[in-house]
Ligand binder design. Structure first.
Ligand code: PEP
Ligand code: MG
Length: 574
């Protein structure tokens, strides 16, 4: 049986399917309710099993982050909460089955937490749902989630970025998501890990069960459920070719990316944590074009203090072999939540309190981050990058704060790097329009197409139902990019790109023709993009011609035609 989906990370994978999200309601419908006594007994047994699981999770403490350990401890308290248990037993006495009683008690507690005027306690709703689901899995005899075995193709409606971050490349070969657009943060992490990934995939557990064979063809956008022997053999050959191609590219990964007419483009890495540096170096990235520091905040229960931040930024700087690492200041908000900052829930988080807006209101917190970057700058080449800029005042205020923290550190005799360049992400229409002015006040631009597209085209980057409108080849975005790179060069500063467009081979002819200086992407994409650059001439396409095109389709078509001229080795690399 064949299914389709939208390709995010190209490739072919063969493996065994494993579902992540369980459909509890469906399972409850099939549940055979016993007598009141039996239901109470089943609940008590489920409670014991669930508690044992939580205890054994904590036994392996070394494998957990601080935040994960705290969450499990909170779950241990919650599962033993007497009012929660009384509520469940009370519903069983009202003739409900044990699983329905658990679901109902969870709903009640969720509603109660929702009323609370404290962000931290409101957030505990998630814990009660987690604990309830753990009890349900025991009652319904469902498996606990853990990736089992190797060659796993993971299938879920959605996966939390933190769960995605914890998945092992040794076990997982491909990810199939029901929701999630190409630039949601979960998907960005999947890409960084090099998982073959498709979104918009709908699989039903009645069609295929955990452990069944599956082929993911994320070149054609096809999924083959329970493949035939012939299909398996055909795809095994393709996987082998893919592996040979990977080896070929890895052999050249550390060579520079120089166009056929001699222009070097720096290809650097987008990272979320210092441990990503190992892969960045292995895949031949030239330093870091974007360090998403918010992950340091999202993965801590408390605000990371100065020493913790210095250690993280220092570790990145030291691993970068002397190359520049661009540290983006906290970009929390939008689809990135953080327990350690009490932020109000918003109706339109992407248009709300996010990134530099938060930092400039919580200056004490921001100053700790700025101090940490400057201090870590002594151990390598670091730059500071401000996200979500819309106004000149945000740049000037940040620069003023940098001067303030430098002065403070001088007085405290704390050594720091004096010359850390300051740049901005150009990811809002306002910053693209104002690029000629902003360029006079910063050392570099990095174009964040993920947000630039969503804000320019008024399309939520995570909303699958409008994803057909989300396209960086839309002429409005193309004109913005042209404006930004031109403004940077006129002001004598460098311009890079760190949004997902930077890793797209179709965008390369346009970006090279505009004279882009740096491209930053998931490390796993770097060897392919570098090889493509080596086979292209920088003037391969006519910028004026592209700017005269009126539709997204015309832009794509023109770029596809310009790629036809590329020589054989690049085709080999695709
Ligand atoms: C972007 O917006 O393009 C970007 C790189 O930042 P993020 O995806 O983290 O919002
Ligand atoms: Mg962004």
């Amino acid at each position: 049986m064949h299914k389709t989906g939208n390709v995010v990370v190209e490739g072919v994978a063969i493996g065994k399917i494993q579902f992540l999200n369980a459909d509890y309601e469906e399972q409850i419908k099939r549940y055979m309710t016993g007598t009141e006594e039996e239901e109470k007994k089943r609940y008590q047994e489920a409670h014991t099993l669930a508690k044992d699981d939580l205890d054994s999770l904590l036994e392996d403490r070394d494998s957990l982050s601080e935040n994960e350990a705290e969450i499990i401890e909170a779950h241990q308290l919650m599962i033993d909460d007497i009012t929660f248990e009384d509520a469940i037993l009370g519903y069983i006495e009202q003739k409900m089955s044990a699983p329905s009683a658990v679901l109902k008690a969870v709903e009640d507690f969720k509603a109660m937490f929702e009323e609370i005027d404290d962000e931290y306690l409101r957030e505990r709703q998630k814990d009660i749902v987690d604990v309830g689901n753990r009890l349900l899995r025991k009652l319904l005899h469902m498996k606990e989630f853990s990736v089992v075995g190797a060659d796993v193709i993971l299938c879920a409606k959605d996966i939390e970025p933190s769960i995605m971050a914890g998945l092992s490349e040794k076990q997982v070969k491909a990810i199939l998501l029901g929701s999630g657009s190409k630039t949601s943060h979960t998907v960005i992490i999947a890409k960084a890990k090099g998982f073959v990934t498709m979104v918009g995939v709908e699989l039903d557990e009645t069609e295929i069960a955990d452990g069944d064979d599956i082929i993911v063809d994320a070149v054609k956008g096809e999924i083959i459920l329970k493949p035939s022997e012939e299909e398996l053999n055909r795809y095994k050959e393709q996987v082998q070719k893919q592996e040979e191609q990977r080896k070929y590219l890895m052999g050249k990964a550390k060579q520079p990316a120089v166009t056929t007419d001699g222009k070097e483009i720096l290809v650097s890495a987008n990272i979320s944590r210092p441990t990503d540096m190992e892969k960045a170096v292995e895949y031949g990235c030239h330093g870091v074009g974007l360090y998403r520091t918010e992950f340091l905040f999202m993965e801590s229960a408390q605000l990371p203090d100065e020493e913790k931040q210095v250690a993280a930024y220092r570790s990145v700087a030291e691993q970068a072999e002397g190359n520049l690492c661009v540290i983006r200041t906290l970009d929390i908000g939008g689809d990135k939540h953080c327990d350690c900052l009490s932020l109000e829930e918003e109706d339109n988080p992407f248009l709300g309190f996010r990134a530099i807006r938060i930092c400039l209101q919580q200056k004490d917190m921001f100053k700790v981050q700025l101090r940490s970057i400057l201090r870590a700058g002594l151990y390598g080449k670091l730059a500071i990058m401000i996200p979500m800029v819309t106004m000149l005042s945000e740049i000037l205020e940040t620069k003023q704060l940098i001067e303030e923290v430098k002065e403070e550190m001088r007085k405290e005799n704390i050594p720091f790097a004096e010359d850390v360049p300051v740049g901005i992400m150009v990811e809002t229409p306002a910053s693209a329009v104002m690029a000629p002015l902003f360029a006079k006040h910063v050392d570099f631009f990095s174009i964040g197409t993920n947000d630039l597209v969503q804000y320019t085209l008024a399309v939520d980057r995570g909303n699958q139902s409008v994803s057909y409108l989300y396209d960086y080849f839309n002429p409005a975005v193309i004109h913005s990019i042209h404006r930004v790179i031109t403004a940077a060069h006129e002001a004598g500063i460098w311009a890079g790109m760190c949004g997902e467009m930077a890793g797209d081979k179709l965008a390369l002819p346009f970006l090279l023709a505009l004279g882009i200086d740096e491209l930053s992407m998931s490390a796993s994409q770097a060897p392919v993009v570098k090889e493509q650059i080596r086979n292209l001439e920088s003037g391969i396409c006519d910028v004026d011609k592209i700017l005269s095109l009126t539709t997204t389709e015309e832009v794509r078509e023109y770029l596809q035609l310009s790629l036809i001229h590329i020589s054989e080795p690049t085709r080999h690399a695709q």
